[in-house]
Design a binder for this molecule. Sequence first.
Ligand SMILES: [Fe+2]
Length: 535
Amino acid sequence: MPSLILGPLLRYVGETDAVVWVETDGPCTVEVLGVRERTFHVAGHHYALVRAQGLEPGRAYAYEVHLDGERAWPQPGSPYPPSRFRTFPQGRSLRICFGSCRATAPARGVDALGALVHRMRRQDPDEWPDLLLLLGDQVYADDVSAATRRYLAARRDLRREPGPRVWGYEEYTRLYRESWGEPYLRWLLSTVSTAMIFDDHDVNDDWNLSASWVADRRAEAWWEEHITGALASYWVYQHLGNLSPDEHEREELFAAVQAAQDAGPLLHDFAREADRRPTSYRWSYCRDLGATRLVTVDSRAGRVLDEGRRSMLDEEEWAWLEREATGGYDHLLVATSLPWLIAPAVHHLEAWSEAVCAGAWGERAARTVERLRQAIDLEHWAAFQRSFVRLGELQRAVGAGERGEPPASVVTLSGDVHHAYLAEVTLPEGGGAPVRSSVWQAVCSPVHNPLPAPEQWAMRSARWRPVTALARALARTAGVPPPAVAWREVGGGPWFDNQLGTLSADGRRIDLVLERAAGSDAVPRLEPLLRKRLA
Ligand SMILES: [Fe+2]
């Protein structure tokens, strides 16, 4: 009899449809809410994406999973409530939890998602979040637990490259099983819809930081197997479920994968092409959550890295973003793993590094600063100045009503930096109509992987005024104009705990709560750090 290896993961949920993903230990028929799907096969692993359509809007559904007619979920003796979800619109306020960076290596403190589960078990299901937005480093391929290290050591000599990092599709399946296999997390992911986007550690530290970084990796013998395994497994485990059933219908790759005897080679070729030619695939996606629009932007795989024309997104993807990020909603959420706005001193330093690496101070300085930017990760939107400006301009146009009725709020949501803060944003009007939306950047990271103390100190000192003034002066010497966007951190912070953000949208009102994980793994709790009405 077949059994579940991982999942069910409740992924896309719309007004009349829902998507459930599973991994099973063999080929079988998977049934959810009366819909049956055959598994597809990738390199010895079996998965199904069950797409329930024709559901009623605004209704709660409890579900089970049957494999070849036998109940496989909930598991016998499960201490958790039944897995259930509600289709949109919610008929009450919309709740979105968000965060990034969840390591499985031990000694990382209390897991904020464990604390969320602990609270949900005592809540009425109507109080549960509607969406969990995971903003990167869902898995750490290059920072593995002792158990994964032992598994890797049994497969190959870890003294040789690529060393103790997860390498190739098979090892990734093991990493996902470990990261998402704990009973509390399996239950959470079965009952709260998730939207995900990768960051560097899902693939490799500093992934696509610069053209020079990519050239160095491609020169290494282990890299190609690594990047193809990372992207193929990301597509299967994370990306597929980001999409709606309609998008699955249009996704030719999915049809080919379902039809293949073994889609391993097909996905390997796809991943190689996606890496070599980023325009060949779009990882960014859009979801409507009732009257709130979520646009999740890939700020890793689609970068243009040629010096002098660096961009977070290629032109095709910019056009897509400008099409999807519009007014006409109560709230527009722009999710990008890398913060758009960071501490001003870091912003100026990153802008300076980009200009110097492009030759503003000559070739020798370019080589030196290239090493610096790789060493201290100068690679956020600020290190892609033209993209930084363009993302601000897009938000200004939305807020000024040039792209439909202005939303009450435009909120950029990010992770990556292993601390949390909320920034209030003032966009330049530049002679156009005034911006009527409230504009914010909310950053929440990590879920389970706090920053070491020296780096916490560095992040705090990046907020000191003299440091900011110095960095600003440095950027000016490299010819970088000061940013037209102004932002100010509010409500205290930065915070360095394991933490989780929650946005609650109720009509045109939207509130943010930041909470940190406290207590113990056995009895975890969430403690408030910040409550702020954003609109
Ligand atoms: Fe991280």
